[in-house]
Design a protein around this ligand. Structure first.
Ligand code: NCD
Ligand code: ZN
Length: 347
């Protein structure tokens, strides 16, 4: 196949940052995606509808003229999120979900939830209003090995939560293990998962073998090959529980290449091409549209996009850096060649 078109995709998990740092990530996502679920882990976090609407307005200012990119906003759950905020979210068409960060799990998660039972009343209200709960599924216990943190979270936190709140729509974000795939597959239909491009493309050797590569460090951390294969099988299966979420999370070079570097991979610059390469290698390009453009809207009860985009088979070299705030960000696959190229909207 030399080229193909698909319904314009959406990104169901994205970090756009704020202030000067918005200027590069927003156009990168708006180029390919019609909509994106925007993560609320700013400093300070976006915890109320009014803050989300103000953040949305700042994002829209960074959207290039002529693009109709729509940021779908989320709120950051804290132990002091008032139950009344849930009804406000349910009534606000621009705000779509709450994000649960276990306190200390990842970048800017200090304000997150240390004890999940403290937010049960909020979760009750979310189940009632059918407002989705987006979950960073890792325990933070220092006794638990970092490669096991997702699996331990599923067993000790998520499985009981799914039983306790049967009507609550839940997205286990950026899954990385065969255990997460199996859990989501066997869970009821209100439980789904996003999968990133980097977890489909790479195992942990990409980050650690032959030298340490900080631009491949993200959370949850890359896992063994057997897990990558399970993710590819899930994403390319057509199962509507799995959909595209890049978790594109830019950090300036100075924050990545340092004594204690930040977690996050910038992937928005070539997101749909990364996914197309994975689906092609699996012989399942025919399933890309379900994963990228159909399953997400179905879960979020939003219309499928009417626009289409085209991808062409053509080698291009990914730049070594892109501008980011007052410095630069090193994108995933910096300086490497990619076999698919996003060719823009279909005429
Ligand atoms: C994200 C970030 O930098 O905001 N980092 C990451 O490694 N994915 C936070 C997150 O989603 O965990
Ligand atoms: Zn994220």
């Amino acid at each position: 196949m030399q080229s193909f078109s698909l319904i314009q995709p959406d990104d169901w998990h994205l970090h756009l940052r704020d202030g000067d740092a918005l200027a590069a990530p927003v156009p990168a996502s708006a180029r390919q995606f019609a909509r994106a679920i925007v993560m609320p882990n700013l400093k300070p976090p976006v915890t109320a509808v009014a803050e989300a609407l103000a953040y949305r307005a700042r994002i829209l200012e960074a959207v290039p003229v002529g693009s109709s990119f729509e940021p779908l906003m989320t709120l950051y759950l804290t132990e002091s999120t008032p139950v009344s905020e849930v009804a406000r979210v349910a009534a606000e068409p621009s705000v779509h979900a709450f994000k649960l960060y276990p306190a200390g799990a990842t970048t800017h998660s200090e304000a997150g939830v240390a004890r999940i039972d403290r937010i049960f009343p909020v979760l009750e209200a979310m189940a009632y209003h059918r407002v989705p709960l987006l979950v960073h599924g890792e325990v933070v216990d220092s006794e638990v090995d970092i490669f096991d943190r997702e699996t331990v979270f599923i067993d000790t936190q998520l499985a009981p939560l799914v039983l306790r709140f049967p009507g609550l729509p839940i997205v286990l974000e950026h899954i990385t293990t065969e255990q997460a795939v199996a859990f989501v597959r066997s869970a009821p239909p209100n439980v789904a998962a996003t999968i990133t491009a980097h977890h489909l493309l790479y195992n942990r050797n990409a980050m650690l073998a032959g030298g340490i590569r900080p631009h491949y460090y993200c959370l949850p951390v890359l896992k063994r090959e057997q897990h990558r294969r399970a993710l590819v099988a899930a994403a390319t299966s057509g199962d509507e529980k799995f959909f595209l979420g890049t978790d594109s999370a830019p950090h300036g070079i100075s924050q990545k290449e340092k004594f204690c570097g930040c977690a996050g991979c910038f992937t928005a610059h070539a997101a749909i091409e990364f996914y197309a390469s994975v689906f092609e290698a699996a012989g399942r390009l025919d399933k890309l549209e379900a994963f990228a453009s159909l399953n997400g809207p179905k879960f979020y009860r939003l219309p499928v996009n009417s626009s289409r985009i085209r991808l062409v088979k053509s080698d291009w070299r990914i730049p070594g850096q892109y501008p980011f705030a007052d410095e630069a960000v090193v994108p995933l696959m910096a300086g490497e060649s990619l076999g698919w190229r996003f060719d823009g909207p279909e005429a």
